[in-house]
Design a protein around this ligand. Structure first.
Ligand SMILES: N#[N+]C[C@@H]1[C@@H](O)[C@H](O)[C@@H](O)[C@@H]2O[C@H]12
Length: 448
């Protein structure tokens, strides 16, 4: 065995509700902001929507059987809030509860431990109609939704994740406008960010008050940020970008404060008066682990035309890239894990997403995705170095993704799965990476 992981290291796979379930008008489900956003012409490549997706809602038993064949210990998926509360609050939809109980019981029978994400961006549209995450009351609604999930599913869920990638939902959904709900307003974005973190803290408090034995944490999108070169302006811009991207979300939860360097710049433009007394105490409730979603590194060059963080992303010439155009840079994962350990202490970490999009094709019933195997192999080596050489408390890994799925604004063109989905027939085809990962899981290390 060339690269061995610690005994008990947890290997898993990850998905999200809107990206795989389909059945958007079935089982009593209410409308989500992604139903609304994806049906607006021009928002999604090829006019794709999540209406059917992988039809996991009807095919979940087959998918669990495939996960059992894969041999993973754990499976990360998200609950669709509008399946539980079609109107965001009020009456519980018992059909929605039953669907997730059926899924959880199937996983339990297969010996697979669920890690459940409460919010993976599919906010009930009825809450968006009342301001969405701009409205502080949405944080209260989230705490009620979380409590209901703990009560209905807690007997079968050992690991809870409050939010998936608050940076992406806040900034891509409210500043850059390329994701639901499609806003473009920085102050709104910061208000949304704050209410997302506040709701996280409120959900953690409820979890503790119920005295649950499960563990709870949050999942961040993150990237290691590098200056384009050694000029002091580039270094300062990289530091500010790291503040905007990483520290703005990690620090309030793990340190109980916002990073001053970027906060003071925001406050020069507008008061952050949505931050109320006591909020940071709520947000920084102790958590049991932190989830890290890593795909690529970020290189920043000074650019004073960019407000607040004065930096823009630049691309390394001739870099190896995935089908998303993202640079393949495994050392950035090790770097980011070490940064987290050094800044926040050795809190248990899970890689809750990592993987790559590739232009996969089925040829005589097989999918040769050697590029994806190479990507994963190099990132696993970086993880193992972080554990063995840097002493990072990395406890497990969730591959993104188990299935090809609805890749948000990119629709179905971008395939991240280790299982190919034929969207015409909904047939699943195990890619070569499925068999390679099956061996990694079995050996708890990289095949020699
Ligand atoms: N893009 N991309 C792939 C993947 C996306 O499909 C997930 O839903 C997000 O949590 C995160 O952005 C990563």
């Amino acid at each position: 065995m060339t690269v061995q992981f610690p005994k008990g290291f947890e290997w898993g796979v990850a998905t999200a509700s809107y990206q795989i379930e389909g059945a958007v008008h079935e089982g009593g489900r209410g409308e989500s902001i992604w139903d609304r956003f994806s049906h607006i012409e021009g928002n999604i490549q090829n006019g794709d929507t999540g209406d059917i997706a992988c039809d996991h809602y009807h095919l979940y038993k087959d998918d669990v059987a495939l996960m059992k064949e894969l041999g993973v210990k754990t499976y990360r998926f998200s609950i669709s809030w509008p399946r539980i509360f079609p109107n965001g609050t009020g009456d519980v939809n018992e059909e929605g509860v039953q669907f997730y109980r059926n899924l959880l019981e199937a996983l339990h029978e297969a010996g697979i431990e669920p890690a459940v994400t409460l919010f993976h961006w599919d906010l009930p549209q009825k809450l968006q109609d009342k301001g969405g995450w701009l409205n502080r009351e949405t944080a209260d609604a989230f705490a009620t939704y979380a409590k209901t999930c703990y009560e209905r599913f807690g007997d079968l869920v050992p690991r809870w994740i409050t939010h998936n990638e608050p940076f992406v939902h806040a900034f891509l959904g409210h500043y850059f406008g390329e994701m639901a709900p499609g806003m473009k307003d920085l102050r709104a974005t910061l208000q949304v960010s704050h209410h997302l973190l506040l709701s996280h803290g409120m959900a953690v408090k409820v979890h503790r008050e119920l005295g649950l034995q499960s563990e709870i944490g949050i999942t961040y999108s993150t990237s290691s940020v590098y200056p384009a070169n050694k000029h002091v302006k580039d270094k300062e811009a990289a530091e500010l970008y790291d503040g905007m991207l990483n520290k703005w979300f990690f620090d309030p939860v793990l340190l109980g404060s916002y990073p001053e360097d970027i906060k003071s710049r925001y406050e020069e433009a507008f008061p952050l008066d949505f931050i109320q007394d006591g909020d940071l105490d709520t947000i920084s409730q102790r958590i049991d682990f932190c989830g890290i979603n890593y795909y690529f590194r970020t290189i920043i060059a000074y650019d004073n035309t960019v407000p607040f963080w004065n930096g823009r992303e630049v691309q390394k010439e001739h870099a190896e890239r995935t089908a998303m155009g993202w640079e393949v840079y495994p050392d950035g994962l090790r770097q980011r894990l070490l940064e987290c350990k050094e800044r926040y202490g050795n809190l248990p970490l899970y890689i809750t997403e990592n993987g790559c999009a590739a232009d996969d094709v089925v040829n005589e019933g097989k999918v040769d995705d050697s590029f994806r195997i190479s990507y994963l192999d190099r990132h696993f080596k970086a993880m193992q170095e972080a554990i063995e050489q840097d002493g990072v408390n990395l406890k497990g890994y969730y591959l993104w993704s188990f299935l090809d799925n609805f890749e948000w604004a990119y629709g179905y063109d971008k395939r991240f799965g280790i299982v190919y989905v034929d969207y015409e027939t909904l047939q699943r085809v195990k890619k070569d990476s499925f068999y390679w990962y099956q061996q990694v899981v079995k050996e708890n290390g990289l095949p020699s």
